[in-house]
Structures are given as C-alpha cells and as structure tokens.
Write a protein that binds this ligand. Structure first.
Ligand code: PMP
Length: 330
C-alpha cells in the first residue's frame, strides 16, 4: 500500500483526547492534531486547494511562479504542492517569524523575502504589499492571497469539517479554532453547522488583534492593535475569509497564557505543538469554564502546527524568561 505522492497524505489527521490539562471537565475535549500533515501544519490543506483551484481556473500555467505573503505554514503547504506540481515559489514574510520557519521554506526550494513587521498593511514595505507588487512584476505568476481567496475556506469546508463530523460520529457540540485568515474557523464551522445548527463555534484571537472587538461591536478599532508574539492568529485587517456570522463567541488570549499552555501540552499530553495551539486550548478551556460545558458535550479544538518551529522561542527557558512568560513554579 502506498501513496502516489506526498500530497495524498494531506488531511485525515487524528483526534486525540486531552486528559490532564482538561481534567476539571466531565465532557470530552478532543484535539485535532494538524502536525500530522506532511508539512506539519493545517495549512497543507489550503496550499494544495488554492493551487488546484487556480489550475482549474487557468490562473497559473505550467512552470509558473507562486507568490504569497505567509507566516510560514501556508508557505510550506504551497511549497509542497508547488514542488510536486512543478512551480517556483517566492514568499514574503515578516521579521517576527521564527528563523526555523524561514529555513524550512528555503529547504523546499522557495525564495523568502523578509519584510518589516512594524508598518501599516498598505505601506509599500509591508509583506502584503511586496507580495502584491511582485505578482504584478513577474510574468506567469499567481498570487493566491490566502486572506481573501475563497479556496482557503472551501478547503476546510471540504476536508476539516467532514473529518470532524465523521470522527465524532456526529456527536461534536463545540468547535474551537484560532482566527488568522479565518479559513479554518469559518470553513469548518459552515460545514458543521449545516449538519447540526446547534453546534457552537468559538474563535480564538490574540490580545493585540482587532477581531474580538470587531465581533462584539462591528467596529474596527485601530487602538486595539499592539504587537504580540503569538504567531498565526489575530490580525490588523478583516480578511474576506473571516465570516463572523459563523462564530458564536470570540475569546482573546495573551502571549503568556498561550505559551504556558503550549508547554503544558508538550509536558502533560505529549503534544509538541506551536504557540497558537496553546492559545486555542487556553481559550477553549476558558470558554468551557464560563459556559457550563456538560458531561455529554464534545469539544473539538484545532491544533494548527508543530512545536519544532518554536524550539528556540516558546520551548526555550531563557527566551520565555526574557519576555516575563515564566512563572517561578516552572
Ligand atoms: N495557527 C497558525 C500557527 C497558523 O499559521 C495559522 C494560519 N495563519 C493559524 C493558526 C490560523 O488559521 P487560519 O489562517 O485558517 O485562520
């Protein structure tokens, strides 16, 4: 038994019960562990889908170049699909991202351009603007734009949602995911709510992002924006892929709580995951505590990526201490 290419191993990731970190609850709390994907993150799903849809629509020709602004994981997903399908990749990213994430992209043959974090999204130096400009300058190039590309949400509608429904045999009552582009939370939520409208979807945001305030008031408040270190969730824009109508609640988590939970997941559950996973679990447990999560309830939390990309940060005591994230009890 074998797969025709590595791309056929994307998806069908396992659900794993959280035992120790969720022991205060009688209901079932499950993690969907996306580092089982070949590029070690949930973003393999959308990398493949965005390229396949572009091919179908004639937006990219053989030998073309894929250009995207990415924090790393989407780049990895795109690079995997591009390698197998014969495209070049150029990625723009910010100087906030882990060096190991950038090295990984280069390992798969991609060119990576590093742009400053502390500029407005419409500044010509921002990683959004540089990706857009290059896609106009380079012939036969395709700019997937994961923020506004409907294939992103659709990938989760077609894969993540049905997997969760089948794996829980239709018993899922709560779905929790971090909010980056919005693709994971919106696409999966859409599918699950179509199966059972009573399923609650909880989006997890980072302190310093505009999402929670926007969800609660419908207003974009620039004053909410401040720098934070959790990678992959929270935004300073409202992407097309973020459908707030598919969310029941948004929980905001700060870096310290996210990173301490990330380390706990490794030490207590054997789940060596990234910082947005700690944020998702911390936010999920806070929601469960405040909302009478009962013994018949089944919560599924998406854990988007692996800890290997954060060994020199979240899993490094000196780095954690320098940022004031370590407690004396640790
Ligand atoms: N966590 C990590 C580590 C990510 O890279 C991303 C993607 N930005 C997310 C969470 C959020 O996923 P989405 O973009 O689908 O909202």
């Amino acid at each position: 038994m074998y797969y025709n290419s590595i791309l056929d191993t994307i998806g069908n990731t396992p659900l794993v019960k959280l035992n120790k970190v969720a022991k205060e609850f009688e209901g079932t709390i499950l993690a969907k562990v996306e580092y089982f994907n070949p590029g070690q993150s949930v973003k393999d799903r959308i990398g493949l889908k965005m390229i396949e849809d572009a091919e179908e629509q004639g937006l990219i020709e053989p030998g073309g170049t894929i250009i995207e602004g990415t924090s790393g994981n989407t780049g990895m997903g795109l690079a995997l699909a591009a390698t197998i399908k014969g495209y070049d990749c150029i990625f723009t990213t910010t100087d906030k991202q882990s060096k190991s994430k950038i090295d990984l992209l280069r390992a798969l043959g991609a060119e990576v351009k590093i742009c400053p974090t502390d500029v407005e999204p419409d500044d010509p130096q921002s990683y959004y603007s540089v990706a857009k400009r290059l896609s106009k300058e380079i012939p036969n190039s395709y700019y997937p734009n994961q923020y506004d590309n409907p294939s992103n949400t659709q990938a989760h509608y077609e894969t993540t949602g049905p997997e969760i429904w089948e794996q829980t045999e239709g018993n899922v009552t709560h779905y929790v995911a971090g909010m980056g582009t919005g693709g994971t939370v919106s696409g999966t939520s859409k599918y699950l709510k179509e199966q059972n409208a009573d399923i609650k979807t909880i989006g997890v945001d980072s302190e310093g992002s505009v999402y929670k305030h926007y969800f609660e008031t419908g207003e974009f408040d620039k004053d909410e924006i401040h720098p934070y270190l959790t990678e992959g969730i929270g935004e300073d824009i409202i992407p097309e892929n973020m459908d707030f109508d598919l969310l029941d609640e948004v929980v905001q988590v700060n870096d310290k709580n996210a990173f301490q939970m990330t380390r706990k997941l490794a030490k207590k559950e054997g789940l060596f995951v990234g910082g947005s996973c700690g944020a998702a679990v911390y936010g999920a447990l806070e929601y469960a505590r405040n909302n009478d999560f009962g013994e018949d309830d089944v919560m599924v939390i998406i854990l988007p990526d692996s800890g290997t990309r954060y060994v020199s940060k979240i899993y490094n005591d000196e780095w954690m201490d320098k940022h004031g994230f370590l407690d004396s009890s640790e």
